[in-house]
Design a protein around this ligand. Structure first.
Ligand SMILES: NC(=O)c1ccc[n+]([C@@H]2O[C@H](COP(=O)([O-])OP(=O)(O)OC[C@H]3O[C@@H](n4cnc5c(N)ncnc54)[C@H](O)[C@@H]3O)[C@@H](O)[C@H]2O)c1
Length: 251
């Protein structure tokens, strides 16, 4: 399938587990992908990987906790082909803790990276998409933003806010043919998940057993969902929060 031929897609957190899979998938389907992440060397590695697979990508490193950096990232991305068709707000951080054990810094940075970045990136991108007659935005929320999960109050609250942000943005800009949807993954095998597993003293095999389908998810499976939501095939999907969990319920 080549659903993104002649299109430009910006993917944040594109050096990470899910983000790199999204970048590779969109590029494999014809998009010029802007691979952006705070980790510049890893951005370059993903671009090399995309090109080795026959796709096209450009690395633009940015720290999206910085408002100005968000605006510059979108300006530089637009300058490549004078268009941005797809924005995937995927970057995120996961700070562990409950109300009392979490530091104020962790609370603040969780909102800055997981939520405020979307506000700034969408504010910079929306006028360009509206002027172009449409576009697609996919935000990465989490199953943990929909149902309470223990000991991650900052993370889960930011993801709940991402879900609300997505639905409200969709409602406001659907008349402009901007489709905004969010994905809500369960447990997906990435560096973020491995770090959490290590902290908890569990193993990936332990997690596999908790998922009714028999295993945790793969980044490529999430990327396939994002590609669908970002494509014209999902033309009537707008304001949706799509869970991808292997039927796992939050314990
Ligand atoms: N892995 C899971 O089980 C899971 C489940 C639900 C939701 N998610 C969400 O999926 C998204 C991707 O997570 P992942 O598991 O691939 O994690 P990851 O840690 O592999 O990737 C996250 C990426 O975001 C980047 N990033 C962090 N702060 C940034 C900043 N200030 N500026 C720019 N880039 C920054 C990191 O450098 C990293 O490359 C996140 O939003 C995460 O919350 C993951």
């Amino acid at each position: 399938m080549k659903r993104f031929e002649d299109k430009v897609a910006v993917v944040t957190g594109a050096a990470g587990g899910i983000g790199s899979a999204i970048a590779r998938r969109l590029a494999a389907e014809g998009a010029l992908v802007v691979v952006t992440d705070v980790n510049e060397a890893a951005c370059n590695d993903v671009v090399d990987q995309v090109k080795a697979e026959g796709g096209d990508a450009a690395a633009i490193a940015a720290d999206i906790s910085n408002k100005q950096a968000c605006a510059e990232l979108i300006q530089r991305s637009f300058a490549l082909e004078k268009r941005i068709d797809v924005l995937v707000n995927n970057a995120g951080i996961n700070r562990r803790g409950n109300l009392l054990s979490l530091s104020e810094e962790d609370w603040d940075i969780s909102f800055t990276v997981n939520l405020d970045s979307m506000f700034h990136l969408c504010r910079a991108t929306l006028p360009l998409m509206v002027a172009a007659g449409g576009g697609a935005i996919v935000n990465t929320a989490s199953q943990w933003g929909l149902y309470p999960a223990p000991n991650h109050i900052a993370y889960n609250t930011t993801k709940a806010a991402v879900a609300a942000f997505t639905q409200n943005l969709a409602r406001d800009f659907a008349p402009d043919k901007i489709r905004v949807n969010a994905i809500c993954p369960g447990e997906i095998h990435t560096p973020m998940l491995e770090a959490g597993v290590k902290r908890s003293g569990r193993t990936i095999a332990d997690l596999d057993k908790l998922v009714p389908i028999g295993r945790i998810g793969k980044p490529e499976e999430v990327a396939a969902l994002v590609a669908f939501l970002a494509s014209d095939e999902a033309a009537f999907m707008c304001g949706s929060l799509v869970e991808i969990t292997g039927a796992q319920a939050v314990a």
